[in-house]
Design a protein around this ligand. Structure first.
Ligand code: GDP
Length: 240
């Protein structure tokens, strides 16, 4: 699918200046200059084949539903999401629910701030497989990665095999956000809500990681400077 282009915004800041961003009235965070957007975020779609990962993405990004064929590779769609005035360019990585997934998604996982973990409420097997996917996610991604569990295809009422209570229980036991959706009908707007919550929560974590990195980095800088230019020399005092 063709990635969406975010609204063009002229790049006015020099690189050195654009490293500084102020989040609302909150603390400052440091992030690399992105040009068109302020922050980059990666979200990964995970779950068995045919549970509706691509359809959910298309519902969220293009606001439509099309009959699709199972995803065979890994690709991404992107959307710029405004969080309190900050433009967050979010890449949603769509993965195949096959064994191929493991090697293809390895690198993407490392840079993933959030995961949309999907099962099909009409397919108990895809619900059972959550254990496997959660293990993979926790094994490969950041410790504090945020996960939104989605039970998809709730429009197929007659075919339901997994109840809302089961999904909700599983989510709370495993500390996941949870939402039931239908990529096809999305009558209650659950799809955008699920994605937006996940992006916001993932963004908070990413912001904290940047802040932590900077607070760790600070004491290192003077130490390095010292080893190159000892303070007693710069003060004009001679040794011995
Ligand atoms: P993926 O392999 O997980 O990316 O799944 P797809 O998005 O390709 O969807 C697999 C099949 O399920 C396709 O035929 C979709 O049209 C269908 N599908 C996806 N979401 C829904 C939904 O919410 N309701 C119904 N009835 N069908 C859906």
């Amino acid at each position: 699918p063709k990635p969406q282009t975010p609204n063009p915004k002229p790049r006015t800041l020099k690189i050195s200046e654009s490293f500084r961003l102020c989040i609302k009235s909150e603390a400052k965070i440091i992030t690399k200059g992105m040009g068109d957007t302020d922050v980059n975020l990666n979200i990964m779609m995970v779950g068995d084949s045919s549970v509706g990962k691509t359809s959910l993405l298309m519902r969220f990004i293009d606001e439509k539903f099309e009959e699709t064929s199972p995803t065979v590779g890994i690709d991404y769609m992107r959307k710029t999401i405004d969080i309190g005035g900050i433009k967050v360019l979010t890449r949603f990585w769509d993965s195949a629910g096959t064994e191929k997934f493991s090697s293809m998604a390895e690198n993407t996982f490392k840079n993933t701030a959030g995961v949309v973990l999907v099962y099909d409420v009409t397919c108990r097997e895809s619900f059972k497989q959550l254990r496997f996917w959660l293990y993979k996610i926790r094994e490969k991604s950041r410790q504090n990665v945020k996960i939104m569990l989605i039970g998809n295809k709730i429009d197929l009422i007659e075919k339901r095999e997994v109840s809302s209570e089961e999904g909700s229980k599983y989510a709370s036991e495993n500390e996941l956000f949870f939402m039931e959706c239908s990529a096809k009908s999305d009558e209650e707007g659950n799809v955008p809500e699920a994605f937006n919550v996940l992006v916001q929560e993932s963004y908070k974590v990413q912001k904290d990681v940047h802040t932590q990195r900077m607070s760790i980095a600070k004491p290192i800088l003077p130490a390095r400077t010292l080893s190159h230019a000892p303070s007693h020399e710069s003060n004009g005092k001679k040794c011995c």
